[in-house]
Write a protein of this length. Sequence first.
Length: 179
Amino acid sequence: MAESKDKLVYFNLRARAEATRMLYKVAEKEFVDHRFGSSDEFQNMKPALPFGQVPILETDHGMLSQSNVIARYVAKKLGLVGNDLWEEALHDTVVEASQDCVNTYAVPNIYSWKVFKSTPAPENASELLEAAKNKWVKVLNYVESIATGRGKKYIIGGYAWACGMLVVCCNAILQSRMS
Ligand SMILES: N[C@@H](CCC(=O)N[C@@H](CS)C(=O)NCC(=O)O)C(=O)O
């Protein structure tokens, strides 16, 4: 029986789904990019979601949740995680470091005042932004050093792969939304 297309379900945002979308594009593999048309659509689906949150990926095997798990699963499925255990570990390092960077925005909820403008800026706004920026610079320098240390332009496999996707899209989101 032919395998059906994976279905990625998320809001009409890049955020936690974009790395996975980019992986399918790089691999030229078709998938269903389902973006909620309304908040009601999400609320109706919410009770059926493992953690009541998105993104989720519907596959022939069942429903998968947690964005980084989804990205890793898709990267592995499409052959985009490196050539051996070491390259896979380098890949995971960058994914986790990227998550640390995302947390510098998510934990103090910078998004609510800087991106969504739903709350007023806190008194220590400039310190929070400076700390987040410094974290990003540190992580990106380290990511670059992984590639240059191996005499390569890209982190693993001669290409950017999933971890690169995460870094690229986190960066793109921040540049477009935080300035
Ligand atoms: N750890 C989860 C977090 C998922 C998450 O926070 N999803 C948000 C959107 S980015 C969500 O579904 N929010 C709606 C809600 O919690 O009701 C992941 O990485 O997938």
